[in-house]
Design a protein around this ligand. Structure first.
Ligand SMILES: [Zn+2]
Length: 155
């Protein structure tokens, strides 16, 4: 399914380079309930919430929906099935897929920590000041030791 038909899901993404695969079965069970069962898989790009750079994520979810005519029917649903209200018997499939994809988006999207920090450029100006100071202070103890040794040798 193309992203153009999934406006809500598309809003969660940073570009249109997405691969989305949906498999749905439409069934009627023994108690005449209309069911939609299947799987969603998507490979999409979002922005990392730590470094704001692009992050590829893979989504996968099972779909188990019962079509009901109104909210009153929610109480009598079997556990493990989610209600989908479809009052006029016309199913808007793109809207359904759009919402199911948004539901399986992670709440927080982050690179794995190594990738993320490598991408962030902490510009502290450390090259000029603190780095030089550190080299100097790490050399001093040795030159002092060397001087002491030389003194001992001459004594
Ligand atoms: Zn990141």
């Amino acid at each position: 399914m193309s992203l153009e038909r999934l406006p809500g899901f598309r809003n969660c993404l940073i570009d249109d380079e997405a691969s989305i695969q949906i498999q749905l079965k439409f069934l009627i069970d023994e108690s005449r309930q209309r069911l939609i069962q299947g799987t969603l898989q998507a490979l999409v790009h979002v922005s990392c919430q730590r470094c704001l750079k692009p992050l590829a994520i893979e989504l996968a979810d099972d779909v188990k929906l019962v079509l009901i005519e109104n909210e009153d029917a929610i109480a009598s649903l079997d556990t493990g099935w989610d209600p989908w209200i479809c009052a006029d018997h016309k199913l808007e499939l793109a809207g359904l897929v759009d919402e199911q994809l948004m539901l399986c988006m992670p709440i927080v999207n982050l690179h794995s920590s190594g990738d993320c920090l490598a991408g962030v450029n902490y510009n502290t100006g450390a090259k000029d000041g603190p780095l030089d100071a550190r080299t100097e202070s790490s050399e001093n103890p040795f030159s002092v030791l060397k001087a002491l040794k030389e003194n001992n040798a001459t004594n």
